[in-house]
Structure formats: C-alpha cells, structure tokens
Design a binder for this molecule. Structure first.
Ligand SMILES: NC(=O)c1ccc[n+]([C@@H]2O[C@H](COP(=O)([O-])OP(=O)(O)OC[C@H]3O[C@@H](n4cnc5c(N)ncnc54)[C@H](O)[C@@H]3O)[C@@H](O)[C@H]2O)c1
Length: 264
C-alpha cells in the first residue's frame, strides 16, 4: 500500500510532534506551511521534506497530499480545516477544534457530509495506563462510577513576564485555560469513563491582570521587564459537570499553579 502523503501546517511545538508521529506511523511528509514562506522553506530544509508551501491554498492544491495536519494557533483551525475538507483531504486538527461552538459544529458537519477522516488528536487517550483504565471500566471491573474529580494544572503562565498567543482571545479564542487544557481533561474523562458530559456550570478568573507585551514561545517563561498589557482570557477555572448517566464530576484547571509544570 502506498504511504499516505501528508502536509503539516504550523511547525511550532506540536507541529514537530506531529512530524515525529507521522514518520513513526509510516506516512510520507510531502511538505510544510509555516507563518511565512521563508520559515516554511527553513523548516522544509531542516526536516528534509520536498515542499515548502506558501499558504493553506497551496497545501490543499497538492494532489500528493491526502492528509492535512492543522497545528497552528486556534483561530486558524476553522479556516484551515475547512479548506482541507472542501478540497477532499482528510484532516488531523489540533485542539481546541475551533474557538466558537458554531465553528466546531460547521467543521463536524462538513466532515460528516464528505466521508473523510476528520479527527482531533487528544493524545492522552493513547497512554497505556489510560487504555487500561478505560478497558477495566468498560468490563465493569470497577463497578458503577459514583463521582469523577480531577485537575489539570500548569505553571508556565504564573510569571506576568510570560505571554503567548494563547493569552490573546483574537488568536487563542475567548476561553484560554479551559479550552487549552480543560479540553484535554474533559476528553480524557469521557474516554476513560465511557460517559459523555451533558451539563456544565463553570466559573473563570483572570488572576494575572497584566502581562508583558512580548509574546514568547509556548510553555516558556520570558525575562521580566518591558511594557505590560491587560489580560482578558482566564488563568484558572472551576467547573462542575453531570454526565448523561447522571454521574457528577468536577474539574480545577490552571496555568498559574506554582510547581505544577504539566500535572494532569
Ligand atoms: N494535543 C496536544 O497535546 C497539544 C499540545 C500543544 C499544543 N496543541 C495545540 O496545537 C496548536 C499549536 O500549538 P503550539 O504549542 O504548537 O504553538 P506554537 O506557537 O509552538 O506553534 C504554532 C505555529 O504556527 C505557526 N503559524 C502561525 N500562523 C500560521 C499560518 N498562517 N500558517 C502556518 N503556520 C502558522 C506559528 O509561526 C508557530 O510556529 C494549538 O491549537 C494548541 O492548542 C496541542
């Protein structure tokens, strides 16, 4: 069987992870698109892939590409995934699928109407311990679930000197911490428990009121100093859910919890 041809759009932190996963899965990486044509050429050379695409239009016009990996900041997920689906390409789109419910529903409807594979890579599903927990619950080894509770805590945005595209609602979406990492917890719990959330009530808070105007790389803490700007997206959230089966669940999620680098 020929290797599927893929293109990776967005070559930052997670784009490099997709590259590794695609190579391990036996895919043929046809090319990359990045924030500029020059950056795409640099990455194509560094990764040893044949094409540096100018933009998403050039990606979806390539007949050698069957699968498009969308690894850009969140506000670009909808237009890029849509362009790929409309061109008849399969799509692996990073979470959160979109920055509004309307956009996510539009993508899901488009994928369903086209018999294409369209998926969001919630990677924690594939950890062996997670698969084991899911299997034990599915086989009834734990008995009925009475209560689900947990947290996803990070600390990389504790320092007001730290900033990132995720903090800006125009790029990351109106929700930051819940969409960025709360989405992982929700998917993980639904996957492991086999139950879907049907009700939610949540409160958000922005505890670092101002951040540096310098936007650094993902998951890094910048040097202090320089101009500051107001923050409107949330640093912390507390949410309560009920599943369709009636189980109560609660989540604490934060990107400002000291000492918790990436604790799920
Ligand atoms: N599944 C996971 O565990 C996981 C982990 C981290 C990030 N993510 C998701 O992956 C996405 C990217 O996050 P990241 O941490 O890699 O961010 P990042 O900032 O490291 O990388 C994003 C890249 O997209 C590029 N980009 C910006 N505009 C572009 C455009 N028009 N065309 C092509 N590329 C463009 C940027 O230059 C940057 O290199 C986000 O949606 C994030 O939520 C998922």
């Amino acid at each position: 069987m020929p290797k599927p041809g893929i293109a990776i759009v967005g070559t930052g932190m997670i784009g490099a992870v997709h590259r590794r996963a695609a190579l391990l899965a036996g895919a043929d990486i046809r090319g990359v698109a990045a924030s500029s044509p020059q950056r795409a050429r640099d990455v194509a050379q560094a990764w040893g892939v044949p094409r540096a695409y100018r933009d998403i239009e050039e990606v979806v016009a390539d007949p050698q590409v069957q699968v498009v990996h969308v690894c850009t900041p969140n506000h670009l997920h909808r237009p890029m995934a849509q362009a790929a689906l409309e061109a008849g390409k399969h799509v692996v789109c990073e979470k959160p699928l979109a920055t509004t419910l309307e956009d996510a529903r539009a993508l899901a409807a488009l994928a369903a109407a086209n018999a294409l594979v369209a998926t969001v890579p919630f990677v924690y599903r594939y950890h062996p311990v997670v698969r084991e927990a899911r299997a034990r619950i599915a086989h009834g080894e734990l008995g009925p679930l009475h209560l689900i509770h947990g947290s996803y805590l990070q600390d990389w945005l504790l320092d007001p000197a730290s900033n990132n595209w995720r903090v800006d609602p125009a790029l990351g979406g109106a929700s930051r911490v819940f969409a960025d990492i709360g989405s992982h917890w929700c998917d993980l719990v639904e996957w492991v428990s086999g139950e879907r959330f049907t009700e939610v009530s949540a409160a958000f808070d922005t505890v670092i009121a101002e951040r540096s105007t310098d936007t650094g790389q993902s998951f890094t803490t910048a040097a202090a100093g320089g101009a500051m700007q107001a923050v409107t997206s949330e640093d912390v959230a507390a949410a309560m859910f009920r599943t369709g089966a009636g189980t109560l669940a609660s989540l604490t999620v934060s990107q400002v919890s000291a000492g918790r680098h990436n604790r799920l």
